[in-house]
Design a protein around this ligand. Structure first.
Ligand SMILES: Cc1cc2nc3c(=O)[nH]c(=O)nc-3n(C[C@H](O)[C@H](O)[C@H](O)COP(=O)(O)O)c2cc1C
Ligand SMILES: [Fe+2]
Ligand SMILES: [Fe+2]
Length: 401
């Protein structure tokens, strides 16, 4: 059965959700599922904007056939060539052989790499600023390179003031009947996944996200239709402001995040004692995570959210505990910057973890690193509490955020 939502007079959502997939891109856990959004504009000409992942192609084709009815498909606009949105473009072309495929030069280079159909026979190559008129609607295109692939672009429908934003403004999370952000409790139930989606997928490309935002903000936008998650038609400014923060590595919350690794529990104990001291000093909403049991995508997102971070780690074969090492490299790879950080190391015979954590942290931009490394020798002792107080002082005095 088709499952289509009318978005406005001429616009339909024809996407689908996957709640069975464990790992998005085979790396990010998605316990709340994910939606693949696709849209159709029914004008004098019919336009399909992006498609869906192969996993939900059955639902998608039923939706497309229902929306088109007896009409043929005139255009498919490919805003993003990543397979979660266009693994089935070839199948669309096979079913609608007269369709014109719209993309930029890079789109078609990629399309020829992925597929075997005669791409040139269908291609309409557009560039920044070009428009296509479909009757009432005029669609304009703008490039948003590296959000999140080089060929990515957005389509703007000036008639309805709708921005088809590709992966930008997307989020993890299946759509459960409601397709609009104002119909769900986004601030309470979706924001964490929106942050985790954005910072993990394009966190590294803050500069490019900023460039994309600058372009978008010159447009008069009434609605944002992303390729994942709900459609925005209210409170756009609130969500755009979040994107401003994430893409400029500006912390959202004045909170301390404690990330610890621990084999036997002693580093964990030190982390807990430190958290208690921070609470005594007045800190609220302190976030503490064991890096062995929380997927790094959540921790990267938390690091983007909080303005101050403590890393606590045992020494492991003269190196870092592997889960912590991975996490630190992930944070560096995602260009995390402008944070206040402190480290606590543990070791039974020769601690090196502090130095090694600091080396990675020093490679990151604009980090204010606490000079004092707390060194625990197997288990935290009473005479070291003062050292924890120094971290508390460092964390609670004037912050760079
Ligand atoms: C595989 C392995 C390798 C270790 N390598 C080192 C090391 O190179 N240097 C050191 O001082 N301690 C080393 N340790 C000991 C731990 O770092 C130490 O016992 C620490 O106190 C453990 O903290 P925890 O109680 O939080 O797990 C190693 C432990 C394990 C299991
Ligand atoms: Fe993508
Ligand atoms: Fe995507």
């Amino acid at each position: 059965m088709y499952n289509v939502k009318k978005v406005n007079e001429d616009l339909y959502w024809i996407g689908a959700s996957d709640r069975r997939l464990a790992l998005f891109e085979n790396i990010y856990p998605i316990p709340r599922g994910v939606s693949y959004n696709s849209y159709v504009i029914l004008d004098e000409q019919t336009v399909l904007l992006d498609t869906v992942d192969k996993a939900v192609s059955g639902q998608f084709f039923e939706n497309l056939e229902h929306v088109l009815g007896e009409r043929k498909l005139d255009y498919i606009i490919v805003n993003h060539m990543e397979p979660d949105h266009c693994a089935i473009v070839e199948e669309v072309v096979r079913r609608y052989p007269e369709v014109k495929v719209v993309g930029n030069a890079k789109t078609f280079t990629m399309m020829k790499q992925f597929f075997t159909f005669d791409v040139d026979a269908h291609a309409v190559v557009i560039k920044e600023g070009d428009t296509i008129s479909t009757g009432k609607h005029t669609l304009a295109f703008a490039m948003i390179p590296m959000v999140h692939w080089p060929e990515a672009m957005v389509t703007y429908d000036a008639y309805d003031k709708v921005l088809f934003s590709a992966d930008a403004f997307g989020t993890f999370g299946a759509l459960n009947g409601n397709v609009f952000a104002d119909e769900v409790n986004f601030k309470e139930e979706w924001l964490d996944d929106a942050r985790r989606y954005l910072v993990n997928i394009v966190g590294k490309y803050g500069v490019q996200v900023q460039a994309a935002l600058k372009k978008a903000l010159t447009l008069d936008i009434a609605m944002i239709c992303p390729l994942h998650g709900p459609i925005w038609r209210e409170d756009l400014g609130w969500f755009i402001e979040k994107y401003q923060k994430w893409s400029t590595y500006t912390p959202e919350d004045h909170n301390v995040l404690i990330l610890y690794a621990s084999i036997y529990g002693n580093t964990e104990n030190a982390a807990d004692v430190l958290a208690g001291k921070l609470a005594d000093a007045g800190e609220k909403n302190i976030a503490v995570y064991d890096v062995s049991v929380t997927d790094p995508s959540y921790l990267v997102a938390e690091a983007f959210r909080c303005d101050r971070i403590v890393f606590a780690c045992p020494t492991y074969n003269a190196g870092l505990f592997p889960k912590m090492e991975t996490l630190l490299h992930e944070l560096a790879a995602h260009n995390l910057q402008k944070r206040k950080v402190a480290v606590l190391e543990n070791g039974t015979w020769a601690s090196t973890a502090g130095k090694q954590m600091k080396e990675i942290l020093s490679s990151m931009k604009n980090m204010e690193i606490c000079e004092n490394t707390v060194t625990v020798k197997s288990a935290l002792k009473e005479n070291q509490l003062e050292q924890l107080d120094q971290i508390v002082d460092f964390m609670t005095k004037e912050t760079i955020a």
